[in-house]
Write a protein that binds this ligand. Structure first.
Ligand SMILES: Cc1cc2nc3c(=O)[nH]c(=O)nc-3n(C[C@H](O)[C@H](O)[C@H](O)COP(=O)(O)OP(=O)(O)OC[C@H]3O[C@@H](n4cnc5c(N)ncnc54)[C@H](O)[C@@H]3O)c2cc1C
Length: 655
C-alpha cells in the first residue's frame, strides 16, 4: 500500500512541456480544489479555462471553512504517522472508502502544509514559533493545522494567489459569474461545457481536451445546511446525466455543533467549528425537571450543579469523549433530544460549555504569571483570554447570531447538514466514468467513506488539486497531443446548447404561481424528515414517492420572474432546484438499497442494542456507483467492491 502511489506516479504517461502548450483544460470551480488544480495545471504549462459562479474566485464556499486541515507531520511527537492518519480516516469513514486513495491522501498531507506555508498562509504558531496543532474528532493525536477559526479563508487566499499569478501570465483564463449548465461529450470523451454568463444571460460554448469538475458538495438538497447559499449539484448532476456515475449519494454528514434553527423563515444554518470540542464539553441536564425549568426560563444552565449534568459523550465514549466522530456525536445529541432532554424551546439543542476550559486555562496562566490560583475572578479573566485567542471569532459569531455571551453561558448547539461524502464516482486517477472528465474536492465521492473526519475535506481538496490531479491527468492527456483544438461547432455542442436553452425557455414561459424556494423548502423537509439523521424503509419509500410528485408539481407550477437576458438569480435557483429534485430521489433510492448502517447513513432497522450503527460487511462492502438511464428509467447500480489489505475490517468503537 505504501508504495502504490509512488509506483503509479513513476509509470504514469507524461506530456512534454512544449506539448502541454497544445492542450486546453477546463476547470469548473475555484474553491480549494479548483483553484489549486487550475494554478498547478497552468504552472505545468497547460492552457486552463476556469469557471465559477461567484463574482470572484476567492468567494468560493471553501472560504467558510473554519477549524483546520489535517496533516501527518507529527509535530507534536504524539505518535502520529502517515499510517495512523490513513487508519483513522478509513476507520472514521466506517470502512466504506477505497484504501489506496486514503493512503495517498495521508501520504501527501505533509506536502500540503509545506506548500501553504511557502505561499504565506498564516497558520497558528506556538510560543516558540513552530506551527501549532489541535485535535479533531475520531483521532487520538493533534494533527490539525489551523488559522484561528478561518482556516478555509487563509488557505483559499493562498490558492487564489497562485491562481491570480497564472491569470496574470495568461495561462489561466478566468470566467467569473459563469455557470456551467452542461458537459459536452464527443465520441465518449468530455470535450467541453456549456456555460451561462450570469451577467448578460448569454449561453456560451467552451471546448477543451479535458474537463475537471471542482464544483463542491450538494448538502443544500436539504435546503437548510451550513453550506453557502449558492452551493449546488448542477455541475455534478449534468455530468451524471451525460454518463458519469454518481457514487454513494446517501452518505451525508450531519455536523453535531451548529447553531439550532430559530424558526421557519431561516435560509441558512451556522456551523460552530468542531475545533470547539477540543475544549468545550457537551451536556444536557440529568433531570427532566431541570429541562422544563430551563425551557420556561426559571433556571439558568449555569445554576445546574456539576453532578446534575449529563456529559453524555464522556459517559458513553470515555476513550474519545467529546471528540468522537461527527456521526456518532450527532446521533448521541439526537438520542438525548428525542428522549426529551433538549434545552431550548423546540427541544432540539444541547449545551457546549467552556466553563471548565476557562478555569483550566486560567489556572495555568495564573501559575505562569505568579498570580494566586484561588483568585477566581482573575483566573476566569485569564482563562477567557486564552479561549478568546483560540476561538475568538467563533464566539463573536455565536454572540452576534444568538445574542448570548458564550464566555458566560454555555452555547446551544444541534446537528445540521454539513458535507456530502457522496459525489461523482472517480477512479484512482480521479477520472469519472466518462473519459477525460475528472472530479476533485467535495464534488467527487472522495476518500471519506460514509463519514468524513473533521479537517479532512480541506486536506482532500488541496491534495487533489495540488498533488494528485496534476500528475494523473497527464496519463490521459498524453494521448491528446495530436488532437488539435476541439471545435465548438460539432452536433454535440449544438445539442447540448439547445438542451440548455430549451430548459431556460421552459422556466421563463412556465408562468406558474409559486417561487423556487417554496419547492426547495418542501424538498428539504422531505429530505430532513425521511432521509436525514436516521432513515427507515418505510420513510424512504415515502420520500421517493413524495419527491416524484413534488418534482411534477415544480415543473407545472414554478414561477420564475424577470427575463433570461441578464442577471436573474431566480432563474439560476430554478435550474439548481430542478437538479436537486432529481438528485433527492437517487439519494433516497441509494439509502433504501443500502440495508445496513454505516457512518452518516443510519438505518433504524440496522443498529446494535446500544444504538450504534450496524454494518453488514458481507453484503455491503462496496461503493454504490449509480448510472443514469434516462428520465423515467430506474438508475442502474454498479458495485465497486472494497477490499481491505492494510487495515482489518472491524466494528468501529470509540469507547
Ligand atoms: C461552515 C463550514 C466550515 C467548514 N470547515 C472545514 C474545516 O475546518 N476543515 C475542513 O477540512 N473542511 C471544512 N469544511 C468543508 C470544506 O470547507 C469543503 O468541503 C471544501 O471547502 C469544498 O471545497 P471544494 O473546492 O471542493 O468546493 P467549493 O469550495 O464548494 O467550491 C465550489 C466551486 O465550484 C463553483 N461551481 C459550482 N458549480 C458550478 C457551476 N455549475 N458552474 C460554475 N462554477 C460552479 C463555485 O463557484 C465554486 O467556485 C467546512 C464546511 C463548511 C460548510
Amino acid at each position: 500500500m505504501s508504495e502504490k502511489w509512488g509506483n503509479h506516479k513513476g509509470k504514469i504517461d507524461l506530456v512534454n512541456p512544449s506539448n502541454k502548450r497544445l492542450i486546453d483544460v477546463i476547470v469548473v470551480g475555484t474553491g480549494l480544489a479548483g483553484s489549486s488544480a487550475s494554478a498547478t495545471l497552468a504552472e505545468l504549462g497547460y492552457n486552463v479555462k476556469t469557471f465559477c459562479f461567484q463574482d470572484s474566485p476567492r468567494r468560493a464556499h471553501s472560504i467558510a471553512a473554519q477549524g483546520g486541515i489535517n496533516a501527518a507531520k507529527n509535530y507534536q511527537g504524539d505518535g502520529d504517522s502517515v499510517y495512523r492518519l490513513f487508519y483513522d480516516t478509513v476507520k472514521g469513514g466506517d470502512y466504506r472508502s477505497r484504501e489506496a486513495n486514503v493512503y495517498r491522501l495521508a501520504e501527501v498531507s505533509g506536502n500540503i502544509i509545506d506548500q501553504c506555508v511557502a505561499q504565506g498562509v498564516p497558520f497558528a504558531r506556538e510560543y516558540g514559533g513552530l506551527l501549532d496543532n489541535r485535535s479533531f474528532g475520531g483521532v487520538l493525536v493533534s494533527r490539525t493545522f489551523y488559522a484561528a477559526g478561518q482556516t478555509g479563508q487563509q488557505l483559499l487566499l493562498g490558492a487564489y494567489s497562485a491562481l491570480s499569478r497564472q491569470i496574470a501570465t495568461g495561462k489561466v483564463q478566468m470566467f467569473n459569474r459563469h455557470e456551467m449548465l452542461d458537459v459536452v461529450v464527443v465520441d465518449g470523451k468530455a470535450r467541453g461545457i456549456i456555460a451561462r454568463n450570469l451577467v448578460t444571460g448569454e449561453i456560451e460554448r467552451h471546448s477543451a481536451h479535458a474537463v475537471v469538475l471542482a464544483s463542491g458538495g450538494y448538502g443544500n438538497v436539504f435546503f437548510l445546511s451550513t453550506n453557502a447559499m449558492g452551493s449546488n449539484v448542477t455541475a455534478a448532476w449534468k455530468a451524471h446525466k451525460r454518463g458519469a456515475y454518481f457514487a454513494n449519494p446517501c452518505y451525508t454528514q450531519i455536523h453535531p455543533t451548529c447553531i439550532p434553527r430559530s424558526g421557519d423563515h431561516q435560509s441558512k444554518l451556522t456551523l460552530m467549528s468542531e475545533s470547539l470540542r477540543n475544549d468545550g464539553r457537551i451536556w444536557v441536564p440529568k433531570h427532566i425537571e431541570d429541562v422544563e425549568k430551563i425551557r420556561n426560563g426559571s433556571l439558568k444552565p449555569t445554576e445546574i450543579k456539576e453532578e446534575d449534568r449529563d456529559y453524555y459523550l464522556e459517559r458513553r465514549y470515555p476513550a474519545f469523549g467529546n471528540l468522537v466522530p461527527r456521526d456518532v456525536a450527532s446521533r448521541a445529541a439526537k438520542e438525548r433530544c428525542d428522549a426529551g432532554f433538549g434545552v431550548n424551546k423546540t427541544g432540539e439543542a444541547v449545551y457546549l460549555d467552556f466553563s471548565s476550559a476557562i478555569i483550566r486555562y486560567g489556572k495555568t496562566e495564573a501559575r505562569v504569571q505568579g498570580i494566586d490560583v484561588n483568585d477566581m475572578a482573575e483566573v476566569k479573566r485569564l482563562g477567557k483570554e486564552v479561549v478568546k485567542k483560540k476561538y475568538g471569532n467563533l464566539f463573536e459569531m455565536y454572540e452576534k447570531i444568538v445574542d448570548e455571551n458564550p464566555y458566560e453561558t454555555p452555547m446551544m448547539i444541534y446537528p445540521a447538514v454539513h458535507y456530502t461524502m457522496g459525489g461523482v464516482w472517480v477512479d484512482y486517477n480521479l477520472m469519472t466514468s466518462v473519459n477525460g472528465l475528472y472530479a476533485i474536492g467535495e464534488a467527487n465521492f472522495s476518500d471519506h467513506g460514509s463519514n468524513r473526519l473533521g479537517a479532512s475535506a480541506l486536506m482532500q481538496g488541496l491534495a487533489d488539486g495540488y498533488f494528485v490531479l496534476p500528475y494523473t491527468i497527464g496519463d490521459y492527456l498524453a494521448d491528446e497531443i495530436r488532437t488539435g483544438k476541439i471545435p465548438i461547432d460539432s452536433p454535440e455542442f449544438d445539442k447540448a446548447e439547445n438542451d440548455v436553452k430549451e430548459r431556460i425557455n421552459k422556466f421563463m414561459n412556465n408562468k406558474g404561481s409559486k417561487p423556487v424556494d417554496y419547492f426547495h423548502k418542501r424538498l428539504g423537509k422531505i429530505m430532513w424528515d425521511e432521509v436525514g439523521m436516521s432513515r427507515n424503509e418505510q420513510g424512504l419509500k415515502k420520500a421517493i414517492a413524495e419527491i416524484r410528485s413534488l418534482r411534477e408539481e415544480f415543473w407545472k407550477d414554478v414561477f420564475v420572474p424577470g427575463d433570461a437576458n441578464g442577471m436573474n438569480q431566480e432563474l439560476e435557483k430554478a435550474g439548481r432546484v430542478a437538479d436537486f429534485l432529481e438528485l433527492g430521489e437517487l439519494f433516497a433510492i441509494d439509502a433504501l438499497t443500502r440495508n445496513e448502517s454505516c457512518g452518516g447513513h443510519f438505518r433504524e432497522e440496522y443498529q446494535t442494542p446500544e444504538g450504534e450503527a450496524l454494518r453488514d460487511d458481507e453484503n455491503f462492502a462496496f461503493v454504490s456507483a449509480w448510472e443514469y438511464k434516462g428520465e423515467n428509467a430506474e438508475p442502474f447500480l454498479h458495485k465497486e467492491e472494497l477490499k481491505f489489505e492494510a487495515v482489518e475490517l472491524k466494528t468501529r468503537s470509540y469507547k
